[in-house]
Design a protein around this ligand. Structure first.
Ligand code: ATP
Length: 420
């Protein structure tokens, strides 16, 4: 039996994953044992999201109607029902609906009616509150197809502490990372020496540790020193998998879709006000603007080291006319050179400029030349994959510590079907 829930929080509080952790305990007290709890990230470019566009699914044993009514009463107890934009959805179904709806919700945009059609077809019980937009995420969560599962352990705060500053010892987080990286990731930002896994928002999350297997999460978790959590939950997730990326197969790029595409630098990178670095990529007969935003910090230095003619595969969401870079593979790097006045062909002395667009002249013997000397410059960049730091990574983006993307020969699992 599967329960799906989404859209229960507001910027002022709550978190659908916390609600799932509470519901798990309520189901078990009602003798409905829970086999797994899923934390499913959906299209990161959806405008309705509160924070990370997460939905949850609980896989349990027992009566569908009892599970559904406990899920509804938990949403009624805990969801921010009065808050503007909070629009919960609760779904109960006795088996997963076809995964196509999940892939559409993670890679594209869906309508509530499409979710309802999937639910009716599957014979599901469902209930939407305050418009029921959450039915989209709830349906996607129960239909989720975890071809490359990862895990996250989330620790939640005592309700009395909600909204107060969190007490988590940062040294202990660095120790947790040192003991388990690369099997866990994004606990801390290794380059920026900052903590990543402790949120600053007023929700119930104390910290979360992401990784390949529950065993690695537990090793890391044991290192963490913090205020006493109220409850903890291990989620099965699609985080760190690139499930949102689709290959660009030609035609106009669509706003809000996340792509991977290859091309050649058509213009050198430039840094704009605010520190954002962008370049133009030529793909076939079209040009795509690509941007590394200021929060991507040192990644921008890699982008700045690119030059015209470099062959690059970029990954990221297309928003407002530009690909927001998440990572890139630098393939062939072109030779780079600078111009210098040449040596005189007659006497061998170094020539000097003869004036704007007048070539060069020799001050020793009066010799002339139009062509400069081309001096090769060593490239600081080497071919390979480069990514934004942990502090700027999206939940769905596959970190390079997991190996190169599955569609680029890394990993062991299939890549998601494209929706284009
Ligand atoms: P929460 O912790 O409550 O899950 P969140 O940041 O995940 O917070 P939500 O409050 O759930 O964001 O808001 C996201 C809304 O967008 C939900 O109603 C969800 O059903 C809907 N949604 C998710 N993916 C899509 C999609 N691909 N197309 C259209 N709507 C979507």
């Amino acid at each position: 039996m599967l329960l799906g829930i989404d859209d229960t929080d507001s910027p002022a509080g709550m978190c659908t994953t916390y609600l799932a952790a509470v519901l798990r305990r309520r189901l078990e007290r009602a003798r409905l044992p829970v086999r797994a709890v899923r934390l499913i990230r959906l299209n990161p470019n959806v405008q309705y999201k509160t924070r990370g566009n997460a939905a949850v699914a609980l896989d349990f044993e027992g009566g569908l109607i009892s599970g559904f009514s406990l899920a509804c009463s938990t949403v009624e107890d805990l969801a921010e029902l009065g808050a503007e934009g909070t629009s919960p959805g609760v779904v109960a179904v006795d088996g997963p609906p076809p995964p196509a709806f999940y892939w559409k919700a993670v890679q594209d945009f869906c309508e509530i009616e499409e979710a309802v059609d999937v639910l009716d077809e599957a014979g599901a019980l469902y209930r939407g509150y305050c418009g029921g937009r959450g039915l989209i995420g709830a349906t996607a969560a129960v239909a989720s197809d975890l071809t490359d599962p990862t895990y996250e352990v989330l620790a939640y705060r005592e309700p009395a502490r909600f909204g107060t500053p969190r007490e988590v010892d940062s040294d202990s987080l660095f120790r947790a990372d040192a003991a388990t990286f690369p099997h866990t990731w994004d606990t801390v930002d290794r380059a920026g020496r900052s903590v990543v896994c402790v949120p600053h928002t007023p929700d119930p999350v104390l910290f979360g540790i992401r990784g390949e297997r529950p065993g690695w999460l537990m090793l890391a978790r044991e290192e963490v020193e913090s205020e006493p959590p109220s409850i903890e939950e291990v989620f099965l997730t699609n985080q760190g998998t690139d499930a949102h990326l689709v290959p660009w197969t030609g035609g106009p790029l669509r706003d809000g879709i996340s792509y991977y595409l290859e091309g050649t630098l058509a213009a050198s990178p430039t840094t704009a006000r605010g520190g954002h670095v962008s370049f133009l990529l030529a793909t076939g007969d079209s040009f795509v603007s690509c941007m590394a935003f200021e929060p991507t910090k040192g990644f921008r230095d890699t982008v700045r080291a690119l030059t015209i003619g470099d062959r690059v595969l970029v990954c990221g969401s297309f928003k407002r006319g530009t690909i927001n870079l998440e990572k890139m593979r630098v393939g062939l790097i072109s030779a780079m050179s600078v111009t210098k006045p040449p040596h005189c062909a007659r006497c061998g002395a170094r020539m000097t400029s003869a004036g704007r667009e007048k070539g060069y002249k020799c001050r020793t013997c009066g010799g002339r030349s139009r062509e400069p000397e081309m001096v090769p410059v060593a490239r600081s960049l080497t071919p390979g994959w480069y990514e934004v730091p942990s502090s700027a990574r999206r939940h769905l983006a596959r970190p390079l510590c997991r190996g190169p993307p599955t569609w680029d020969g890394g990993g062991t699992k299939m890549s998601p079907p494209a929706t284009q």
